[in-house]
Write a protein that binds this ligand. Structure first.
Ligand SMILES: Cc1cc2nc3c(=O)[nH]c(=O)nc-3n(C[C@H](O)[C@H](O)[C@H](O)COP(=O)(O)O)c2cc1C
Length: 168
């Protein structure tokens, strides 16, 4: 046993299942932000949560509550998912700029998603420099053709599991 830091712990527990949080913007488009700090919270009622940096555009868009989609992107859009996690929607309309096709649900999400949760925000809890959004799930979409990607190491490498018995 050895003592380690939080960032080392994050690397030691990699890979993390990566998601894209899709937040409605005024005008009908959605902003796309990559989020690895998401979790299941409850199965009945179905609930998930995720932690979002307060300086992000996503935090600003969702601060007042409302709906969102949290999708698990497929391998086909691994590069685009990384870009959605390095650029802010304040500067770039990511779905348009990165050519990410959207599925026309109540809250649109990338077509190349394995799973997508359509949610409404129950409440937000401030956690240091982040807000933790607790969400009720309204609908769940699934496409078995898409292969799930994970964030490896320091989160700059997004790729599927190499040995993945459930998703072969
Ligand atoms: C693999 C990966 C995982 C990330 N996970 C999170 C996360 O869990 N929470 C967070 O606040 N930011 C996370 N980020 C950073 C945000 O995606 C980044 O700040 C993004 O630019 C926010 O976009 P927005 O300003 O359009 O909301 C992650 C980035 C990457 C590449």
């Amino acid at each position: 046993m050895q003592k380690i830091t939080m960032s080392e712990a994050l690397q030691c527990t990699s890979p993390q299942p990566v998601s894209i949080v899709c937040s409605p913007m005024p005008g009908g488009m959605v902003n796309l932000a990559t989020v690895a700090w998401w979790t299941y919270l409850e199965s009945d009622p179905a609930m998930i949560g995720f932690s979002m940096w307060k300086e992000s555009f996503t935090y600003a868009l969702l601060q007042g509550g409302g709906s969102l989609a949290l999708c698990i992107p497929g391998e086909v859009i691994a590069d685009e998912t990384l870009k959605c996690g390095t650029v802010s929607g304040r500067d770039v309309s990511k779905a348009i700029e990165y050519n990410i096709e959207l599925y026309p649900a109540k809250v649109p999400f990338p077509v190349h998603s394995r799973v997508s949760f359509i949610c409404t925000i129950e409440k937000m809890v401030e956690v240091g420099d982040c807000g933790f959004f607790i969400c009720n799930i309204e609908e769940i979409y699934f496409n078995e053709e898409e292969r799930q990607i994970f964030a490896w190491g320091s989160s700059q490498n997004l790729a599927p599991l190499t040995c993945n018995m459930n998703q072969e």
